[in-house]
Ligand binder design. Structure first.
Ligand code: ATP
Length: 206
């Protein structure tokens, strides 16, 4: 199956775009979305194997009252320690990848979009055929993210700093969605790409 890796910086519009792909397809099930962010949350749910391994390394101080992992605390810890970041990724990435492959093997769609927010930031080995980058300028990125998350511009800027540069991402892209404008223009680009991907899917030889 044709596999498109969808990525982009924080708040660039990845979720919005992946939702549009599903909606524009009109439930014809030609495109399927596999979101690695959702999978990353599922594999660390209470008492899952990854959950237990994470607690062994990071201790119970990273837990919420309901015993779930406090992602913000964990993020802050690894933000300051490349070694711990690596250890966390060693626990989570193979499991995320295995779950992505398991999901893909069951799909009946003509092509799928794998949402991989940190495609360029972390070592990963997804067998994707094309890279689709959702792009908007940094000011828009900060404005939309602060509005969505009730966070400060400084916080968003700090995350942007540790992510790959916009230039690098755009250089790696096979396809680019420009998300500087309104949702109508976003929809049009998604529609065009959907038609293009369906055409590629027909010609696809694994
Ligand atoms: P993250 O990297 O943080 O997961 P993301 O790349 O998935 O973010 P979205 O959540 O899709 O980004 O978009 C960020 C915010 O911007 C959301 O509140 C979304 O509704 C809004 N947004 C996205 N695209 C547009 C647009 N074209 N016009 C107006 N608002 C938009």
């Amino acid at each position: 199956m044709l596999k498109i890796g969808l990525t982009g910086g924080i708040g660039s519009g990845k979720t919005t775009v992946s939702n549009l792909f599903t909606k524009l397809d009109n439930n014809k099930n030609k495109v399927a979305i596999v979101d690695t962010d959702i999978i990353a949350r599922q594999i660390v749910e209470v008492d899952k194997p990854a959950y237990k391994e994470i607690i062994k390394i990071f201790g119970k101080g990273i837990l919420n009252k309901d015993a779930s992992i406090n992602r913000k605390i964990l993020r802050n810890i690894i933000f300051n320690s490349p070694e711990l970041k690596q250890q966390l990724e060693d626990i989570t990435h193979p499991r995320i990848q295995a779950e992505v492959n398991r999901k893909i093997s069951k799909l009946k769609a003509q092509y799928c979009i794998i949402v991989i927010p940190l495609l360029f930031e972390t070592k990963s080995d997804y067998a994707i055929d094309r890279i689709l980058v959702v792009d908007c300028d940094t000011t828009t990125q900060i404005k939309r993210t602060t509005l969505r998350d009730q966070t400060t511009a400084q916080d968003v800027e700090n995350i942007i700093k540790v992510q790959q540069s916009r230039e690098y991402r755009l250089k790696q892209a096979d396809d680019i969605i420009n998300n500087n404008n309104d949702l109508e223009q976003l929809k049009q680009q998604v529609q065009q790409l959907h038609s293009f991907y369906l055409k590629l899917a027909k010609e696809y030889k694994p």
